[in-house]
Design a protein around this ligand. Structure first.
Ligand code: SF4
Ligand code: SF4
Length: 474
């Protein structure tokens, strides 16, 4: 057993209101500069929809993530080392600017300084790349709130279930999906980099790109199946979400989590057994990867785990944080959170509590505990997103969420509790508190400082370490 620590995030999708505050605060902090205009380290997409970049989930096209060969061994989907070398100067799976969007601004000067005329002056859009006037045809949130029409029909997950859902107005459903880099346990971006410039920090699992080491080969961009590495056209370097590591080191959550209006994000520490990572990523059936990942997440209260963690130099503060981790509770204890597209085999460490559809109709019809299968968002669709198509697994999670609502309803109305509950009623009440009304300190538990690294060393690392902040400010 080799225990490591990972800072992880859980997003409760029922509480995302699609306000995009997370994207904007992130953009203002990290990508508000030349060469990074089109980048959204955090983006929020409407599902069903093609997302950002367009159809990022279409791995037949992008060849992102990992796949198993005939003997069951793990390899990058983009190809062997030799294949990747051959693609150094021509890489057909690179996304282009059109796949994201051409960023623009407006002629505000015209608007402000136009001479007095009969007609109102207008501010025309102008490309932030070429400086030329342009027609806006797509943007990072082009399909916001549009869960039907052409874009929704091209959703990769719908295609996978044979478009079995109705896109008629009265049957429509939609949900928001906020996305950041998943700081994966088995990151394909790290493995694909020919220069060794991308690395996963030993202390907290944050995946970073060394701006000094990056040679601009861009192999990380297609290799990431979530398309969360971007290429800065100005600096010729790769960039990605840094999990706001300077904030983490100060014991603060990321900017996107801190400013989330829906209070739907949770952050904390997980302990995991490094020796089990490869086996989990190599799980034969993709639908079983989720369980293998749960299995490698270690119980932080188990004395054997605590002993092994100390042996690896994990400090008492981090072990205590892991024992009181909101994300551990949601992921492992209550099994409410799921990884996005586990079939990509990168073992993502950003998890999602799936959304319950509006259940009002069912309640009005006097159905006390509606069946997960009857919910408005089809289980098969959610299963494509979070359980590699395993609908039984997805139905179990939804059922647990429904049971929580029933227990709380019984608490308020004095009705009898449902006969068959998977967990004791007290567990549902704790679940409700954390998911529904938890305060800041309950949602975030991040120990300040890196493990075994003094403040002095920390300052030295930030000043002259192998990560150089592209903004020069960290
Ligand atoms: S999600 Fe992040 S850590 Fe995972 S492969 Fe993509 S860039 Fe790398
Ligand atoms: S700030 Fe929170 S609620 Fe708003 S879009 Fe982002 S994740 Fe959703």
């Amino acid at each position: 057993m080799k225990i490591k620590a990972q800072v992880s995030m859980v997003m409760n999708l029922d509480k995302c209101i699609g306000c995009h505050t997370c994207s904007i605060t992130c953009k203002n902090v990290w990508t508000n500069r030349e060469g990074a205009e089109y980048m959204y380290f955090n983006n929020v997409e409407t599902k069903p929809g093609v997302g950002y970049p367009k159809r990022w989930e279409d791995q037949k096209k992008w060849k992102g993530g990992w796949k198993l060969d005939k003997s069951g061994n793990l390899g990058l989907a983009t190809g062997s080392k030799a294949t990747r070398l051959a693609k150094l100067f021509f890489h057909p799976e690179q996304p282009e600017l059109d796949d994201y969007y051409e960023p623009w601004t407006y002629d505000y000067e015209t608007l402000i300084h136009a001479k007095r005329r009969n007609h109102q002056p207008i501010a025309r859009p102008r490309s932030l790349i070429t400086g030329e006037r342009m027609e806006i045809q797509w943007g990072p949130n082009w399909e916001d709130d549009l869960a039907s029409g052409e874009s929704a029909r091209r959703d990769v997950n719908l295609e996978a279930i044979g478009q079995k859902i109705s896109l008629e107005f009265h049957d429509l459903f939609m949900k928001y999906l906020p996305r950041i880099c998943n700081h994966c346990l088995n990151p394909a971006c790290v493995a694909a980099c020919p220069s060794g410039a991308i690395y996963k920090r030993d202390e907290d699992g944050v995946v970073l790109v060394s701006q000094d080491g990056c040679r601009g080969w861009r192999h990380c961009v297609p290799a990431c199946p979530y398309k969360k590495v971007y290429f800065n056209w100005k600096t010729n370097k790769a960039e990605k979400c840094v999990f706001c590591f300077p904030r983490l080191e100060g014991g603060l959550p990321t900017v996107c989590a801190d400013t989330c209006v829906g209070r739907m994000r949770y952050m904390g520490v997980l302990l995991y057994d490094m020796d089990k990572v490869l086996d989990a990523a190599q799980t034969k059936k993709a639908g079983e990867i989720y369980h293998r990942v749960l299995d490698l997440l270690a119980d932080p209260s188990d004395p054997a785990v605590v002993g092994a963690a100390k042996k690896e130099g994990i400090t008492d503060a981090w072990i205590r944080a892991a024992q009181d981790s909101p994300v551990y509770r949601l992921i492992k204890e209550w099994k409410l959170a799921l990884p996005l597209h586990p079939e990509y085999r990168t073992l993502p460490m950003v998890w999602y509590v799936p959304p319950l559809s509006p259940i009002a109709r069912r309640v009005e019809a006097d159905v006390y505990l509606p069946d997960a299968e009857e919910m408005r968002i089809p289980v098969a669709y959610l299963a494509q997103l979070f359980t590699a198509g395993n609908t039984a697994e997805m139905a179990l999670v939804l059922q647990r969420l429904l049971e929580m609502r029933c227990v709380m309803r019984a608490e308020m109305t004095g009705e009898e509790l449902p006969a068959h509950l998977a967990l004791p009623a007290e567990a549902y009440k704790k679940m409700y508190r954390l998911l529904g009304i938890a305060k800041y300190k309950e949602r975030f538990n991040i120990p300040a400082g890196l493990q075994g690294v003094s403040q002095e060393k920390l300052r030295e690392m930030q000043g002259g370490g192998n990560y150089t902040c592209p903004m020069g400010g960290c």
